[in-house]
Design a binder for this molecule. Structure first.
Ligand SMILES: [Zn+2]
Ligand SMILES: [Zn+2]
Length: 394
């Protein structure tokens, strides 16, 4: 049977059967956001939602992660579908009736939605009518610590990628028309690295700068100079970002501080450039600092690698999305996002694809006002379901 033909009506079917349940689950998760690896309550909610389904369930993966495996009716490859479960240290300002009950924590990246959509796919695919069409296995991967903790890396280290032939993940995407799926072959998300820098000068009296080496003035020069790396040293057609997000120094208005520190992030797509930038940052910062009788030290951490889609997997996701949502709602995007994503660690081991699912013109990811229309939940669950059906149709 042509899988694409059978996808007509799938969104309606998922909405009718499980739309209410996955919306309730999303709200329950939203009300109790958890950070990093500490997604214990969220995992418990997922397990409760999966209860009674014909799944083989492994808990405690990467601390609070879950891997639930569905054996299809026939034999064949194994595919994995992954959702992230963690929230952010942001104070929610949406005014939603199911807003975060914890000050300073919020699901501002839509991971509550991703988790609920994956539960929706597990419920749908577990039904006999769908399971009977699967030749192979589906692993539903619920991952903690996407937001900086590298939960994806830990899951890979703990063997989650082993025996899996292909993996897919969705991310809700503001700015993309509602209900539109977008992806591309190759890089879709940037390498996201971080740095800290300490500037060491000589402290002194605010009235006698000639007896000091002012760390604040040196830091200001370095902050400006670092911006010339992207504008003057990187090929203009090569994407790169250097952002200084933190800067701090001083203790009183009339004291020249001895030290200043800054922190920031570097985003790249090209591997050579990724390796080269830290060295140039250090040379430049030290050169500027020494020219001003100070010194600078760089502490650089390579964090999330580039999220690189397999061309065949990306094409499969777009083909399925076109059948499900219509041709105009399946878009091959021209450019990657410079955001980072730890799904990259899975894609270093396995072919697969990371797909954006549009939620229209809403407040951006990681903002206190971020929210989305929950009608996207059955659509996302249907897309994950359809990807599994297509990938295991052999
Ligand atoms: Zn995020
Ligand atoms: Zn996210």
């Amino acid at each position: 049977m042509d899988v694409a033909q059978g996808l007509q009506g799938l969104v309606d079917e998922v909405r009718g059967s499980f739309g209410g349940e996955i919306t309730t689950l999303r709200r329950d998760i939203h009300r109790e956001p958890e950070l990093g690896f500490d997604t214990e309550k969220t995992a418990r909610k997922v397990l409760a939602a999966l209860d009674g389904l014909p799944l083989e369930i492994e808990t405690g993966v990467a601390q609070n992660g879950i891997v639930a495996t569905l054996q299809g009716a026939g034999d064949g490859p194994t595919i994995a579908l992954r959702a992230d479960m963690d929230a952010l240290p942001i104070h929610e300002e949406t005014g939603l009736p199911f807003s975060s009950g914890t000050d300073g924590k919020m699901h501002a990246c839509g991971h509550d939605g991703h988790t609920s959509m994956l539960v929706g796919a597990a419920k749908t695919l577990s039904q006999d009518s769908f399971r009977g069409r699967l030749n192979g296995k589906v692993k539903f991967v619920f991952q903690p610590a996407e937001e900086g903790g590298g939960g994806g890396r830990v899951m890979v280290e703990e063997g989650v990628a082993e025996g899996v032939d292909q993996i897919f993940a969705l991310h809700l995407w503001p700015g993309l028309p509602f209900g539109t799926a977008a992806t591309k072959a190759g890089p879709i998300m940037a390498a996201a690295d971080k740095f800290e820098m300490e500037i060491k000068g000589t402290g002194g009296h605010g009235a006698m700068p000639h007896l000091s080496a002012d760390a604040i003035v040196v830091a200001a020069q370095i902050a400006t100079a670092l911006q010339t790396l992207v504008s003057r040293e990187v090929d203009p057609v090569q994407p790169a970002v250097v952002t200084i997000g933190e800067i701090g120094a001083g203790s009183a208005f009339n004291i020249i501080p001895e030290t200043a520190r800054m922190g920031g992030t570097v985003r790249t797509i090209d591997d050579d450039l990724r390796r080269r930038l830290p060295e140039r940052m250090e040379q430049l910062a030290k050169g500027v600092a020494r020219g001003m009788r100070a010194d600078a030290e760089l502490d650089y951490t390579f964090s999330y690698p580039v999220t690189r889609n397999d061309p065949e997997a990306a094409a499969l996701a777009l083909r399925v999305a076109a059948s499900l949502f219509g041709e105009e709602r399946a878009v091959e995007t021209a450019h990657p996002s410079m955001g980072g994503e730890d799904f990259a660690f899975f894609l270093e081991k396995l072919p697969g694809a990371y797909v954006w699912l549009g939620i229209g013109d809403v407040s951006g990811l990681h903002t206190p006002q971020f929210q989305f229309d929950e009608e996207i939940l059955p659509q996302g669950a249907a897309l994950l379901t359809a990807i599994a059906l297509e990938a295991l149709s052999g």
